[in-house]
Design a binder for this molecule. Structure first.
Ligand code: ZN
Length: 171
């Protein structure tokens, strides 16, 4: 989903400014490398990393630990994702948007600006009624979901969740 078409980073899909190119773990690592190169004066614990070790996870951990530059990079990424989610939610009006993958696992430094951007860009009714929630299965949610779908297709498992489980937030 393109959210920054004119001067966004080149995405692996060939387009510019996809959410993936702005808010994924790899994007956060790249953006931190750019910031550290273009701004050589702001102190940051990230300067201790070799460029190839400056991953999204490392930036996330620095943000959680209070590193201001890391927090700026994470906030920027979260805002782009919030804009993308608001665009989808404005059309689909879901009750809940579950945010999975490794990046949301850093918690507040990512989820708070994500939530703020989502509320800012969503229509008033969506901003009021749609909830954002981190995936309870975290980074492995996709793999576990794929395995569960295979087991259901093979008849090994019944449907994974009933409606009550979903409204409880699942497990
Ligand atoms: Zn793309």
């Amino acid at each position: 989903m393109v959210v920054k078409p004119d001067d966004g980073p080149l995405c692996t899909c060939g387009k510019r400014g996809c959410v993936e190119s702005l808010a994924s773990g790899d994007a956060i690592g790249s953006r931190a490398r750019e910031r550290l190169t273009s701004d050589v004066t702001t102190p940051s614990s990230l300067r201790e990393f070799a460029p190839d070790q400056l991953t999204g996870k490392a930036v996330g951990e620095a943000a959680v630990a209070g590193d201001a530059l890391a927090q700026e990079v994470v906030t920027e990424a979260a805002r782009w994702l919030g804009l993308g989610i608001a665009g989808v939610a404005n059309v689909l009006d879901p009750d809940v948007v579950v945010v999975g993958g490794g990046v949301p696992e850093m918690g507040v430094p990512f989820m708070r600006p994500l939530e703020e951007a989502f509320r800012a860009y969503a229509t008033p009714s969506v901003a009021k009624d749609t909830r954002l929630a981190p995936a309870q299965l975290g980074y492995d949610a996709g793999v576990i979901g794929a395995a569960a779908a295979a087991f259901v297709a093979l008849g090994v498992l019944g449907p994974a969740l009933n409606q009550e489980d979903v409204s409880d937030g699942g497990s």
